[in-house]
Design a protein around this ligand. Structure first.
Ligand SMILES: Cc1ncc(COP(=O)(O)O)c(C=O)c1O
Length: 337
């Protein structure tokens, strides 16, 4: 029985997502590399945000909202998925796109995620700063207040870590789902590799795994901020989610692994390893990663595989959180070949 079964939610995702062995990668490194296909959650190209939105929108519906408001980078997968979810549930939706990534290329601003957001007809606002989570959230609250004066009721899905972490519930359940698949295959992974940005995925996944009895390290790959700040963020979220669920888990800080070795040059900007990892996965397995999240996360795993961190009898699981839609905002990945 899921730890999060009593919280309001709406079903939006195609789950359970497949757990697959990456046969060619496993053969090359003489170990067992598994991929949890959360890129296949199905909501307008899916991704990890679909699982998180089930609980945000559950709450929005419970509160009687008629409009969703959220914020993110221009190529935000979260924004795209929120718009799709709103359309599916029949809610109105407005989004705020932040100037978070210094990229002039017109494709970045018009193709991939922003293209789909426009296609699905969301009203778009712009926010001039990209590293101001509180300011971006305040702008959403102001818009919600304006809508209220017009007799509407908006539900804000904010960005900062100060808000109620409904999204993490999606990954408590995601981890429970994965554990059931691993148990059916009689596999005990040596390590899980997950991206860590807002920290909803990382914190929920860690809690879900520990609650299911797995003590394998959950290796968070920083995609947004340095390891120290991210560790604090994840730690805070873990505590508040455990308190909300009301379970008696104790997750010590030493179990919160945040690794920023793939972060440079910064959020939304791929480095050479990111590009190489995206091409490697595409050419070995026909699976698409993205330049901001899953490419950096898999690049870290590739680094471990090259160092020989896993032997023939071990298993490692890579959580593919999606995001490949944004590849269309980065045409130089193949144009420069
Ligand atoms: C494809 C993808 N992977 C990973 C993440 C990071 O997940 P989280 O924000 O839950 O840490 C995001 C966040 O937007 C994402 O879009």
């Amino acid at each position: 029985m899921s730890l999060v079964k009593d919280f309001p939610r709406v079903h939006l995702s195609h789950t359970p997502t497949p757990l697959e062995l990456l046969r060619n990668v496993s053969a090359e490194f003489d170990t067992n590399v598994w991929i949890k296909r959360d890129d296949c959650t199905g909501l307008a190209f899916g991704g990890n945000k679909s699982r998180q939105l089930e609980f945000y929108i559950g709450q929005a519906v419970a509160e009687g909202a008629d409009t969703l408001l959220t914020t993110g980078a221009v190529q935000s997968n979260h924004v795209r998925t929120t718009v799709a979810a709103a359309r599916k549930i029949g809610l109105d939706v407005e989004v705020q796109l932040e100037h978070r990534v210094e990229r002039e290329q017109p494709e970045y601003h018009h193709s991939g995620n922003p293209y789909l957001v426009r296609l699905m007809g969301a009203r778009i606002h712009y926010y001039p700063v990209g590293e101001d989570e509180d300011g971006a959230d305040k702008a959403l609250e102001q818009r919600a207040a304006e809508l209220e004066k017009e007799g509407r009721k908006a539900f804000v899905i904010p960005l900062s870590n100060a808000h109620t972490p409904y999204g993490a519930f999606g990954y408590v359940e995601g981890a429970e789902e994965l554990m059931a698949q691993l148990q059916a295959l009689q596999i005990e992974p040596a390590r899980f590799i997950v991206p860590t940005g807002s920290a909803s995925t990382h914190s929920g996944f860690l809690i879900g795994m520990r609650a299911c009895g797995s003590d394998a390290p959950v290796h968070g790959v920083c995609v947004r901020r340095d390891a120290q700040s991210q560790r604090q963020r994840v730690g805070k979220k873990v505590k508040s989610v455990i308190a909300m669920i009301g379970c008696d888990l104790n997750i010590p800080d030493s179990e919160i692994i945040c690794d920023d070795s793939q972060l440079a040059p910064g959020y939304g900007l791929p480095n050479d390893d990111t590009v190489a990892a995206i091409k490697y996965m595409a050419r070995q397995e026909g699976i698409l990663l993205d330049p901001t999240y899953s490419g950096k996360t898999f690049a870290l795993l590739l680094d471990m595989l090259r160092r020989g961190d896993f032997n023939r009898d071990q298993h490692v699981v890579f959580l593919h959180t999606g995001g490949a839609v944004s590849l269309f905002g980065y045409p130089e990945l193949v144009e420069t070949e």
